[in-house]
Design a protein around this ligand. Structure first.
Ligand code: UD1
Length: 360
């Protein structure tokens, strides 16, 4: 039997097309949720939006330090694997859940398939870079979303035979939900006018760990606001929300906030924004696919396919100016390939083709 492991909001969204494809083909699977994300808006609301059925197993690990979270997931998962004896474990992306899943499976000699393999920022201060690189190193099947991701893996000595370029499942997810997002009333409910607001998101450790990190970003936002003269809308990740509250940080008055937003509303919000400023990997992909102007609040990206319209600005005001000028002068393009919307079909084809091996 196939086991699928998810734990955080982006894993739920990006694995949903694979789950749907398995259901469509009536292939039995075990869906395991680590509960790394557990708040209603980071978990239950996303399941609802995606119309996904409940996971079969909840590990209930919740928040903690990296070691606590990774360790707790491994301990809980080992019991589940010993009980259910899956023939393969499918993990996604670069979270603590991903690495914990891959390590636990591998030590029980359960083959690991990694969806979104081969992304590299080459910044090993990011926990995600550590998680994704180590997961790739011990995976048996590497579902690389693009040729650039495949190249990274080959350069690291991973056998080409185990790498399959599938496209990114985010393209599948977006296609499956774009229509629904037209029914969203989120813009109206929050008094936002189409193409007259900036969407901001910040949750990376490197941007939100200290007061100085956040204030550096506020200086950038204030500069951007003076140029663009439109309101900013910021759905707060629980990590950032609790930090802002703990530190009594006062937000500039042109920024409206909300709790983390559901998937359908987020697509509506992104589709109609004048600009997206984000440090999220998934949002870089989604804004790019929706052709919404985009700048990344980091110093690197593991998504080079988006660079024709994705400006890596960190908190640098001059870089913001140059990027916004490029948008005003229409010197950007959206020609980078992230996928054709059939990634999940290819992934399940491979899992199904390995019939004997994975007990399908
Ligand atoms: C995790 C992933 C990151 C991914 C992100 C998507 C790792 C190392 N990081 O980061 O790659 O981009 O998810 O959101 O795995 N919290 C809640 N409720 C929740 C979840 C989190 O309140 O449902 C708060 C807690 O204070 C928690 C903090 O957010 O300590 C951080 O959550 P955590 O899952 O550890 O990391 P993320 O920042 O969400």
């Amino acid at each position: 039997m196939i086991a699928l492991l998810i734990g955080t909001r982006p894993e739920i969204i990006k694995m949903a097309p694979v789950v749907r494809e398995l259901v469509k083909r009536r292939i039995p699977f075990l869906l395991i949720h680590s509960n790394q994300h557990y708040s209603k808006e980071m978990d239950a609301d996303i399941f609802n939006d995606l119309q996904l059925s409940e996971p079969d197993v909840h590990l209930g690990v919740g928040s903690g330090t990296h070691a606590e979270q990774t360790g707790k997931i491994m301990i809980a998962l080992e019991g589940v694997f010993l009980q259910h004896k899956p023939d393969v474990l499918v993990v996604h992306g670069d979270t603590n859940t991903t690495l914990a899943g891959a390590l636990t499976a591998k030590k029980l000699h359960i083959p690991v398939a990694h969806v979104e393999a081969g992304l590299r920022s080459h910044d090993y201060l990011m926990p995600e870079e550590v998680n994704r690189t180590l997961t790739d190193r011990i995976s048996d099947i590497l579902f690389a979303p693009t040729n650039a991701a495949k190249k990274n893996l080959v350069l690291e000595g991973i056998s080409e035979k185990s790498i399959i370029v599938t496209g990114n499942t985010i393209v599948d997810a977006l296609r499956q939900h774009k229509k629904l997002s037209t029914q969203s009333t989120f813009l109206h409910d929050h008094s936002l006018k189409e193409h007259e607001y900036v969407v901001v998101t910040l949750h990376r450790e490197e941007n939100t760990a200290t007061r100085t990190d956040i204030e550096k970003m506020f200086a950038l936002f204030t500069h951007a606001h003076m140029r663009m003269k439109v309101p900013f809308f910021w759905p707060l990740h629980p990590r950032t929300k609790s930090f802002i509250e703990k530190e009594d940080i006062i937000l500039p008055d042109f920024i409206q906030t909300s709790p983390a937003v559901g998937y359908i509303d987020m697509i509506a919000l992104l589709s109609n924004a004048s600009l997206v400023l984000t440090d999220s990997g998934g949002l870089q992909e989604e804004a790019y696919l929706l052709h919404t102007p985009l700048m990344t609040l980091r110093t690197s990206t593991e998504r080079p396919e988006t660079l024709s319209a994705n400006f890596i600005i960190g908190s640098d005001r001059e870089k913001f100016d140059r990027a916004w000028d490029a948008y005003i002068q229409h010197t950007v393009g959206w020609d980078g390939g992230l996928g054709d919307g059939n990634a999940a079909v290819r992934i399940v084809d491979i899992l199904e083709d390995s019939k004997g091996a994975y007990g399908i």
